[in-house]
Write a protein of this length. Structure first.
Length: 347
């Protein structure tokens, strides 16, 4: 049996007994019932994930999946492909946006190369390169079906390694010029929503560039006819290795009963892929923020989720997820340290 199928088979429903016990504690804390809103629902979901009412996810990691996309040959991005390598290098040097916000949240980043065209000069990247750059999906499928499954399984494998190393709260992040195009193409097929609804400006396209991006996706989907009922077919034809790797992270965390934080739009596309492969995986995901990319609303509607925050962010990398860690920390502090009515003689 493949690693992907083993992982999917291992994903179980949330622990309802633990969630019921968590709800009892939440209702007995020193506050009106439900008055801490989302902090309470986070704590209850966390109990369902781990099977424990009180949790302390004290070792956090952001799994950053890196890949270059051949579709950038069609001028759908504002920056050249070599910027992916430079961003990954800045992450390794600790000066990228996600590096700074992860450090502020007490988290580590693990940078995984699945398909960068150029290798960062700074050491420390996890080299799981499938090949340098996916194919231009306006000319041919982005990858073979075998490569698509391999990329998901690399995400599973690297996330399992992180969990084995003691990480108990994980998030998804990415690097890859052109990956709002791959994400939009996949989301368009998954949901059937219009290109106007799912395609945004990415790193800052003009109106003309945005229209061109939509047209490239329209032509590619018309050419390859990805099967809406086959998630791997969609990934292989119009996706990216980074999206596949993040989907693997979502699946691995669900299989290992470890909470996982979704970042923004591209991470959300990976969450859709993971949930199409195994719907139960959704219950292990915390959606950190509502990205400024318009397709994020489509993702949230499709997965029936609501972001924890709205920060008008669209950097990606895992930056929103790093902020999400801090909200989860606050929820755990509430659950673990807040007094109960019994403490004031009212129990």
């Amino acid at each position: 049996m493949s690693l992907l199928q083993q992982t999917i088979n291992a994903i179980q429903p949330l622990d309802q007994k633990a969630m019921n016990e968590a709800q009892k504690r939440l209702d007995f804390l020193l506050k009106p019932q439900g008055s801490l809103g989302r902090l309470e629902t986070i704590a209850k979901q966390m109990a369902g994930i781990t099977g424990k009412v009180q949790n302390n996810p004290d070792k956090k990691a952001i799994m950053v999946m890196c890949n270059d996309n051949g579709i950038t040959e069609e001028s759908i991005a504002s920056f050249p492909r070599n910027l992916s390598m430079l961003v990954a290098d800045c992450m390794l040097r600790g000066i990228a946006g996600v590096s700074v916000l992860a450090k502020n949240a007490g988290a580590d980043i693990r940078v995984v190369d699945l398909g960068l065209e150029f290798d960062p000069p700074t050491t420390g990247i996890i080299n799981r390169k499938i090949r340098r750059v996916t194919s231009n999906f306006l000319k041919m499928p982005a990858m073979t079906r075998e490569e698509a499954i391999m990329a998901i399984e690399i995400g599973i494998d690297e996330t399992n390694k992180a969990i084995d190393a003691g990480y108990n709260l994980i998030a998804t992040g990415e690097v890859g010029i052109g990956n709002t195009t791959t994400s939009s193409a996949m989301l368009h097929v998954f949901t059937g929503r219009s290109l106007e609804e799912v395609v945004g400006r990415g790193a800052g396209l003009t109106d003309e560039g945005l229209n061109h991006k939509r047209e490239v996706i329209r032509k590619a989907v018309e050419m390859h006819k990805p099967n809406p009922s086959d998630p791997v077919d969609i990934l292989a034809k119009v996706g990216g290795f980074d999206i596949a790797g993040m989907a693997g992270t979502f699946l691995a965390c669900a299989a290992r009963r470890v909470p996982v934080v979704m970042d923004g739009f591209i991470s959300g596309a990976a969450a859709v892929l993971a949930c199409r492969l195994c719907p139960e995986a959704k219950n292990y995901i915390f959606p950190s923020h509502g990205s400024a990319e318009p397709g994020t609303r489509v993702i949230m509607d499709y997965l029936d989720m609501e972001p924890i925050m709205y920060m008008n962010m669209r950097l990606g990398e895992g930056t929103g997820a790093a902020l999400g860690f801090q909200i989860i920390d606050a929820s755990m502090a509430m659950m673990n340290n807040m007094g109960t009515f019994a403490d004031i003689g009212m129990g």
